[in-house]
Each structure stands twice: as C-alpha cells, then as structure tokens.
Design a protein around this ligand. Structure first.
Ligand SMILES: Nc1nc2c(ncn2[C@@H]2O[C@H](COP(=O)(O)OP(=O)(O)OP(=O)(O)O)[C@@H](O)[C@H]2O)c(=O)[nH]1
Ligand SMILES: [Mg+2]
Length: 382
C-alpha cells in the first residue's frame, strides 16, 4: 500500500456527545499541523510522546488536549467530547490544510494504522468506520463479522460463485438499515391508544397518555430496537378532519411524519366509523402494519370484522406487543437476518461484488479475483 500523499483528519470516536473525542491526523504534514495548533506544557520528548497542552487558533484557546507526537506520520489528538468542540477542532485542522474524512468512507487515518497490523485492510477500515454508527449489539456483531468472516471469507474463498457474490451485494440495504435505522411511525385517529402503544414498545413512559382525545401534539421520536434491529419510533398526534388552530398544526405535523415513514403502524380502535376515510388513507400507504388497539376491551368473538393481518394489541395487558415487534422486524426484512453471513455494508463493497459477479458470468475468473482482492484491500491501490 502506498504512503498517503495528503494529510487527513478523522474523528474516530462517536460524533454524539461523549467524555472525550479522538481525532487521528495522518499524512506527510501531520507533524507540521500538530505544531501549528498545539501548545504543549512541556517540551515534546520524541516519537509517540504524550503531551498535555492546549489546542489554539492564534491567541484563542479552543481546548485542553493530550496529543501524541507523530509515529509514522500519525498523530492522535484527544480532546473533550462535546460535538461542538470536536467540530471546532476539525475545522481548525481543515484551516491548516488537513482534509477532513467523513463517516462511512475508507478512512485514510485508519489506513495508515492498518498498513502495519491489519488483515483485509480495506474492509477493516470500513468496519471501524461503521462501528461508530451502530446502536445495538446485533448491528455491532453483523458489521464486525465481515472483517474476518462474512464478506472477507467470501472474497477470500478459492471457489466463489456469482450467486453468492450477488446475495452479499444485495444485503447492502439491510446493513445500511442497521447503521441508519428505519423510521417507524405510529398514526391513527385520536385516543385509540397510540401513545400507550409507543410506551409499551419502548418499555418506558416516553409519551404522555391521558383519557381525553388530543393529548399528543408534537410528535415524539425515540431510538429503540426489535430484537436487535434498531429503528426510530415516532408517536404522532391523533388525525382528524376539520381540526383548527393549534390542532390543525398538530395534525399537519402528524401527516408529515406519516409521509416520511419507512413503516407505518396504523392504530385503530372500536367505533372508529367516523374516521373511515382517514383510516383508508393510512392503510393505502406503501408499507403499513394494521393494529387494533385496546384489545383487552374487545372479546375475541367480536374481532371477526378486523381486516386480514390486523394485529390485536393491548398496551394495558401487553398482549400482542411481542407479535408487533416481530411484525416490525419481518416488514423490515430482518426476520431471517443472520449477522454472520456475508453482507456488503458500503457502496464500494457492493459495487465490487456486483462487478466480480459480472466477470464470473463472462468466464473471467482472474478479473473477478482481482475485484475481490481490491475489495479486501490486499495489495491493490485504493
Ligand atoms: N383498556 C385499555 N386502555 C388503553 C389502552 N391503551 C390506551 N388506553 C387508554 O386510552 C386512553 C388514550 O390513550 P392514549 O395512548 O393517550 O391515546 P392516543 O391515541 O395517544 O391519544 P391522542 O394522543 O390524544 O391522539 C388513555 O386513557 C389510556 O389509558 C389499552 O391497550 N387498553
Ligand atoms: Mg397520544
């Protein structure tokens, strides 16, 4: 692998709030950039020496930091972990000539580290970048499995088939869903138990629940998961015609959530004939789960008028909540998800897998192998 010709800076910790943030600066100018922005309290002794000091922009002090002196053109900058601090220090590094590397790309900073010690270096860099975005153990294990097993094992296998390569490329959508969770929206007429249902799914009281209609006004969005599949759950205001003033605004915002949903949970209750048109409109959305709320109040023999596939749920007794979680997973394509199978999780990987499959179809085994080597980052320019 060639030495990098540009100097790059990359935030290698989570972009969310944290105790500390770590920025890796790498490339031929790393030492020069470090000297321009860092004032150590005592002289820097030599390679890899850790110094406490200040990050400065001219006379302005931005943060206290622990900085490692360059080793192989790599500098590690440990600063405080508020997103504003991290952003400000990254912009200072950009002013000094470093190229800022965004999430989910091959990370030159990591590439510089990995050239010494990592196998399957291109996938390794992508695994490390993607791990910053995971929010559940399932997502973490599915991503990490690709480093040595999964995708890397497939690309390394001596006898690879086009169908397996295509299957791995086709998994890109699911893997992206693990890193950027789907938007699941609960909607329906007022007072049908939407907020109580949201709380039951979340396992805690996030939304206000009360006996009268019109309780929820602003939508409430929370990150949760169904058996490890992460998703954003949004509870919305009850939908009804002829709303006025602040109610009309609440209804407008609820429809906006419905329109941007990846999956809609349409909640209805007994006696909602007056909302029939509205419910038809919700049920006509492309990806919808029909749920009949408050089923503890409805005897099973009275449930025959439910339309096919309607799930009866009760936020009070929790009947049907597990089945609803399962249905959310199934509708999102995760019912048979196996985190150890070979799955692409970046566009680069999926493109190379598709190209290798195409070459295999044309009988060009060597061409396909070269694409797969490139995918792994073994001895190929990236
Ligand atoms: N028996 C029973 N009552 C429920 C259930 N879910 C909600 N309720 C009651 O129904 C009333 C309305 O519940 P909410 O969850 O606030 O209803 P909502 O659809 O969010 O109402 P809006 O936000 O006003 O549209 C409350 O008194 C809840 O306690 C349920 O599963 N069973
Ligand atoms: Mg509500």
């Amino acid at each position: 692998m060639n030495a990098p010709t540009t100097t790059s800076a990359s935030l290698v910790t989570s972009p969310a709030r944290g105790g500390i943030a770590v920025i890796v600066l790498t490339g031929p100018d790393a030492g020069r950039v470090m000297r321009e922005i860092f004032r150590p309290r005592s002289p820097v002794a030599g390679e890899g020496h850790l110094s406490l000091g200040r990050i400065v922009r001219g006379d302005e002090v931005l943060d206290e930091a622990i900085v490692s002196a360059p080793v192989d053109d790599i500098v590690e900058i440990n600063i405080h972990g508020g997103p504003h601090v991290a952003r400000t220090v990254l912009s200072l590094l950009a002013e000094r000539g470093a190229q800022i590397v965004a999430d989910c790309r091959i990370d030159p900073a990591l590439a510089a580290v990995r050239k010494r010690e990592m196998h399957n270096p291109a996938v390794a860099g992508e695994v490390l970048s993607a791990l910053r975005l995971v929010s559940t153990p399932l997502a973490a294990s599915a991503v990490s499995a690709q480093w040595s097993g999964g995708l890397s094992a497939l690309a390394n296998s001596p006898q690879v088939e086009a169908a397996s390569l295509r299957a791995a490329a086709d998994s890109l959508g699911l893997m992206k869903r693990l890193l950027a969770p789907a938007e699941v929206v609960i909607a329906g007429p007022p007072n049908v138990g939407k907020s109580a249902l949201a709380n039951a799914l979340l396992g805690r009281n996030v939304s206000i629940v009360s006996a009268g209609p019109g309780t929820t006004r602003d939508w409430v969005r929370t990150l949760t998961d169904a058996d490890g599949m992460p998703f954003w759950l949004t509870d919305t205001a009850g939908l009804w015609e002829d709303a006025e003033g602040i109610d009309a605004e609440a209804v407008r915002r609820a429809w906006k959530c419905v329109e941007s949903a990846d999956l809609l949970i349409c909640v209805t209750a007994r006696n909602d004939a007056e909302y029939a048109d509205l419910i038809d409109r919700l049920r006509a959305t492309p990806n919808v789960l029909n749920v009949a709320g408050k089923c503890d109040l409805i005897p099973p023999e009275d449930r025959s008028d439910y339309i096919d596939g309607t799930l009866p749920v009760s936020a009070r007794t929790l009947d049907g909540i597990e089945a609803l979680r399962l249905a959310i997973r199934r509708k999102s394509g995760f019912d048979k998800f196996d985190p150890t199978s070979a799955m692409a999780f970046t566009d680069r990987q999926a493109d190379l897998l598709a190209a290798a499959a195409e070459l295999l179809d044309q009988g060009d085994t060597n061409g396909a192998k070269s694409k797969l080597k490139n995918l792994l980052g073994c001895g190929c320019p990236q």
